[in-house]
Design a protein around this ligand. Structure first.
Ligand code: ADP
Ligand code: ASP
Ligand code: MG
Length: 273
């Protein structure tokens, strides 16, 4: 019996948010499968790590110096590690990434995926959970579609060997091992594949709003909250641009009718949709 929990970038933007996430996970023993995005914007943080990594790649491609950009990425992880006293040598991983980029050994997808990878490494060490790499679990075919059978099998196999794990969202790999990304916001979709493979009784999607509203609360003041919504209505809203969930999130959930709850990591007590 487990729940799949996904935490978006806004829920992991800094050490304070990492602490909140830990408290949420530890409040329920069923929260055994945790999918994370890369740290996003927050109170004192103006950058999304994913955006910075795309920028680093482009700078390097055109031989423009990117050290100061990369340092902004590095500092985010080092600060979280330091403030929470996390006993994991994340600086070694970061150095390897930078060296590989400079040596021309990184595809854009691989570099960008490191945002989620590093975040999952830190969070797994902080929680005392296992780390599982999405490249070994989420399999894409060369046409860019997910190989559902292989993905299902490998997720099930991996979870027969670990009890609790943190997994980076947003990416998987092609049959030749190269990293492949979902489209932006795709960690929502990664988590759905885990929910399906593991027969989760609930997929909790933690973000920075207390559920789905009639309109984007960043644009419309005090929109009404939707307490319950069907898969079809949700898909329509997502395709119409409601950013809170990636439009493909529900596809892996529908057949097994796995319920999805959108919750606020800053106010989980408020309930959601
Ligand atoms: P995460 O980092 O958790 O993946 P996102 O930024 O992708 O979060 O999605 C959450 C954001 O979606 C909210 O901050 C909100 O501004 C926006 N949003 C857009 N439409 C809606 C809606 N209908 N209901 C709630 N939030 C919405
Ligand atoms: N970090 C990725 C993005 O910014 C994926 C995600 O957040 O789900 O799009
Ligand atoms: Mg999102």
């Amino acid at each position: 019996m487990l729940k799949v929990c996904k935490f978006g970038g806004s829920s992991l933007s800094d050490a304070k948010h990492f602490k909140q996430v830990k408290a949420i996970i530890e409040a329920d023993k069923d929260r055994k499968c945790v999918i994370v995005s890369a740290p996003g914007k927050g109170e004192g943080e103006r950058d999304k790590i994913t955006d910075l990594l795309y920028l680093c790649f482009q700078h390097n491609k055109y031989h423009v110096e990117f050290d100061s950009l990369f340092e902004r990425v590095e500092q985010r992880y080092l600060t979280i590690k330091k403030e929470l006293n996390i006993d994991y040598p994340i600086e070694n991983d970061i150095k390897d990434i930078k060296d590989a980029l400079k040596a021309g050994e990184m595809t854009e997808a691989k570099l960008v995926s490191r945002g989620e990878y590093l975040c999952a490494k830190l969070l797994s060490a902080y929680l005392g959970y296992s780390f599982l790499d999405a490249k070994d679990l989420i399999h894409f075919k060369f046409d860019g579609k997910v190989d559902e059978k292989k993905t299902n099998e490998d997720i099930t196999k991996a979870f027969s060997k670990v009890e609790k794990a943190v997994i980076p969202g947003f990416y998987g790999s092609y049959p030749n091992g190269d990293i492949c990304l979902f489209s932006r916001g795709g960690s929502d979709v990664s988590a759905s594949y885990f929910a399906e493979a593991l027969d989760a009784y609930l997929y909790e999607n933690f973000t920075d709003v207390s559920g789905f509203y009639m309109a984007d609360p960043r644009i419309i003041e005090n929109p009404l909250k939707i307490n319950e919504i069907s898969y079809d209505e949700l898909r329509e809203l997502s395709y119409a641009g409601a950013q809170v969930l990636h439009a493909e999130t529900i596809i892996p959930l529908m057949e097994k009718r796995i319920p999805l709850e959108v919750l606020n990591s800053n106010h989980p007590e408020e309930g959601g949709t």
